[in-house]
Each structure stands twice: as C-alpha cells, then as structure tokens.
Design a protein. Structure first.
Lengths: 217, 243
C-alpha cells in the first residue's frame, strides 16, 4: 500500500468547494488540471464517475482499470481507464493508500436487498447522480451512463478464497486523494448519504473539492 | 430438452430467456470463457449490475447459490448448479487492441471465420440488435474463468480453473435478454488465441420452492426474490405471472 503526500497548496488552488453530506458535485476538469478530494471529517465515501468531456459516452471503466493495472485496489500511480481503454486521469497523490472500485454505489433498490425492503425510501448515491444529470442536461448524460464507479476513501478487501468484506475505512479527517486529468473530463461525485453501513461510519459528513491548474514547468 | 447447441470459441450470440427456464453452459474441452450480460427486455435500462451482485452477497467470485442482480434490486437468474466453483465478473472484456497485442493481427480474408473476435466488439454487435450501444455495456460475467486476488490486491488468472465438461446452470427468475460471447478471457495468457467451444442447453427449470438453495443462500437473496416476485406480479406484458 503506497501513500504519497502532495506539495500543492490549497491557497494556490483555482477552485475550492465544500460538497455537503448527501449532495452531488459535477464539474469539468481540464486536461492537466489536478483535482483533490478531501475527506474533511474522516470516514466519508466519495462515489465518483468520470466521463470524456469531448465524448461523454466514453466513461470510467472499473473493469478495464483493475485489469490493466493487475490490481483490484486503487492508489497513487493508478491510471483510471475508460471504456475505450484510454487513460482518463491518474492518481498522483494519496494519503489513504487504498480506494475501492468493486463495490459500486448505493441505490434505493440495492438497499432493499442489502438491509430491508422498507429501506426503499432512504437517500442513496445513484439518486444523487440521477438528479445531477437531470439538472445538467447539457452534458447529455442519462441513467445509461451511470455505472460502476470509484469509492474514494472506502476499503473493500477481497479475500484469497473469493470473499468481499466491507472493512473499516483507512481514511481519516483531512485525508485526500489527487488525480491529474489526462484529457478534459466531467467528474461526477455523490457524497455518499448511506446510513446503513460503515462506509461513512453511519455519519455522512462533507467532502471538499479543490482544483489546481497545470503545473508550470 | 427444449434446445441444445454448441457455440464455437470466439463467437457471439444472444437470446431472450423467459422466467422459469434453465440455461446450462458446458465447457466442452476445458479452458473456455463465456462473457455474458443481462437486460430486462421490456426496459433495457434495467441491466446486470456486477457491484450490486457482489456486495449484496459479500462475494468476489460467482458460484452455486449466488444470484445475478439487476441495478433495480431484482434477480435475473440464480446459479442453481456449478461444477466449476469460481466464475469472474470483475475483469471485463478483451478488446481489439488487446487481441492484436497478444495474438497478432489477422485478416478476415486469410482466416475467414477463424478470425480472432474480441469480447467488446462481440457485445457491441449483439447489443446493437436490441438497440443497445456502447453506453449500455457494463461489467460482464466471465463464466468458467477464475482470477484470484492476493492480499496486496494483485490479480492472478487460473488457467486450470475449468476442466473438460465443467458446467454451470442458470435458472431465470425474470424474463431476460442475454448477450453472450465465447471470446477468450482478457487475462488469458495462452500463446495461441484460445478457441474453446461451449455447449448450451435450454430447458424448463424445476419450480422454486421455499427451501430453494439460492433463495436461502443469504438473507439478501430472500429479499431479492421478494422484489422480483412483486415485479412479476405487477408488470404488464409477458413478464406478468398470468402468462
């Protein structure tokens, strides 16, 4: 597990925004800009999707990402691959050391299966995504484009005998992950509202998003 | 037996399977791979969701007892029998570049129907027959293929996972559009493009009883069956239980 701190100063960011618990964030990040997601109070999950801004039907692909890097966990150095097997972004700093891309996002429907049929009205990530794309029609995204995401700050270990466990998060207050966009990308984050499992310690809290312009070389 | 056939390696096919049918896949020679995706034919926005399938059942592999979930909390099919023990759903598909890199470029004019098809294009072609396109593809199942994970997360393809004659039985709980291909698993390191035939048998499944293995495999599956029952009871058209 590798951890790498960033030299970037928040005071030099060109964009800073708090994403409150249970809300979404959608924004274009330009090629070579660096996006940081901060787990402000700790143990929060950021359910994140990426799209090629020039052709949004090309999008983040969890299966191509894990297969191409030969490892199911994401960390510093991971290249986030698209459905066309091209690099959308690369993780360039990570103070946590491991992020999940197998567990997907919570939905009202999967909540009924995982917890109880009566949980069908509890707020969920995929509802946030659906609202995000409905309120941002200009991106041309619909339910067809909302798929298998990254859960930044979530820890979902796979066991050698083929089990999947939802472990306590490795993240904590102020931990962050940074990625450099390899092309212009649309980033869609649901700040996970889940109240039924430890992915956010049963206590949804804010995320912060920062963007820096390309490094001057 | 309602229907029986064999699909050569490196090919693709699709079919709609009604609720209550059983589909058996047979790895005739060993070392086969079957890429598969599932959709609700009445609303193809409802589709197989690998993350939900894995996390609802706390599993990384698929085998007997597991149910394959849609993104709507319903069950397309249950794995009612499995002689293999491990099927993959996290490695995705081969694509044109991967096949060319590993097994070389081939011209159709030269090799004709022995061309080296890739899983991604196979799904695009089969999906296109139902109005589906690249936006509709998702993490697929790779029947007969095993990729094990070590503690550090690294992935290891097991070339010995499936012996000749290995089989897996799917019982469909909903009417389902099935896209499938027999292209190699994207992590298969074989020197020559693996071309393994897959037997397909379609039959009526035995009715689901209260003590059904898959339904009781985990409490989550009981709730998945409840969601599916509600849908079949209320949905219009041929999916309804009256048909």
């Amino acid at each position: 597990m590798t951890r790498k701190r960033s030299e970037r100063l928040p005071s030099e960011a060109v964009y800073r925004e708090i994403v409150p618990a249970g809300k979404y964030w959608i924004q274009v990040v330009r090629e070579d800009q660096v996006l940081r997601i901060v787990d402000v109070e700790g143990n929060q999950a950021a359910d994140t999707l990426f799209f090629n801004a020039a052709d949004p039907y090309e999008r983040y692909s969890a299966v191509d990402t894990v297969r191409e890097q030969g490892n199911v966990y994401l960390s510093h150095g991971s290249k986030l691959m698209s459905t066309h097997c091209r690099v959308l972004a690369e993780i360039v700093a990570d103070t946590v050391g491991r992020h999940d891309t197998l567990g997907g996002a919570c939905a009202t429907e999967s909540n009924t299966v995982r917890y109880a049929l009566e949980k069908r009205t509890m707020h969920a990530c995929r509802d946030s995504w659906l609202l995000a794309v409905a309120e941002h029609e200009r991106f041309g995204l619909t339910k067809r484009d909302l798929t298998h995401n990254i859960n930044f700050f979530m820890n979902v270990p796979v066991t050698p005998d083929g089990g999947l466990t939802f472990a306590d998060g490795l993240s904590g207050p102020g931990q962050y992950v940074e990625m450099r966009a390899a092309m212009d990308i649309i980033v869609l984050i649901s700040n996970c509202p889940q109240l039924n499992n430890p992915c956010n310690a049963y206590n949804p809290t804010p995320l912060e998003v920062l963007i820096w312009d390309a490094d001057v070389s | 037996m309602i229907y029986e056939t064999s699909i050569e390696g490196g090919k693709h096919w699709s079919l709609v399977v009604r609720a209550g049918m059983r589909l058996r896949l047979i790895d005739e020679l060993g070392g086969a791979n079957v890429g598969m995706l599932f959709y609700n034919p009445q609303n193809t926005l409802e589709r197989y969701n690998a993350p939900d399938t894995l996390k609802c059942q706390h599993t990384f592999k698929l085998t007997r007892g597991h149910c394959l979930y849609s993104d709507m909390g319903r069950i397309f099919c249950s794995i009612v029998a499995d002689t293999v023990g491990w099927h993959d759903t996290v490695c995705g598909n081969s694509n044109r570049e991967l096949v060319a890199r590993r097994w070389g470029e081939q011209s159709y004019q030269e090799v004709r129907n022995d061309w080296t098809q890739n899983g991604h294009d196979a799904f695009l072609v089969e999906g296109g027959k139902y109005g589906l396109g690249r936006r509709d593809l998702a993490a697929n199942v790779n029947w007969f293929s095993k990729v094990a994970i070590t503690d550090d997360g690294s992935m290891h393809f097991d070339a010995e996972n499936c012996k000749p004659g290995g089989s897996v039985d799917l019982r469909f709980e909903m009417d389902t559009l099935v896209l499938l291909h027999t292209c190699p698993h994207p992590l298969n390191p074989a020197r020559d493009y693996p071309r393994r035939p897959v037997g397909v048998q379609i039959d009526q499944a035995a009715p689901v009883r209260d003590d059904d293995f898959c339904r009781n495999f985990r409490p989550e599956n009981g709730r998945g069956f409840e969601n599916t029952k509600l849908y079949r009871a209320c949905a219009c058209g041929p999916t309804g239980v009256s048909s």
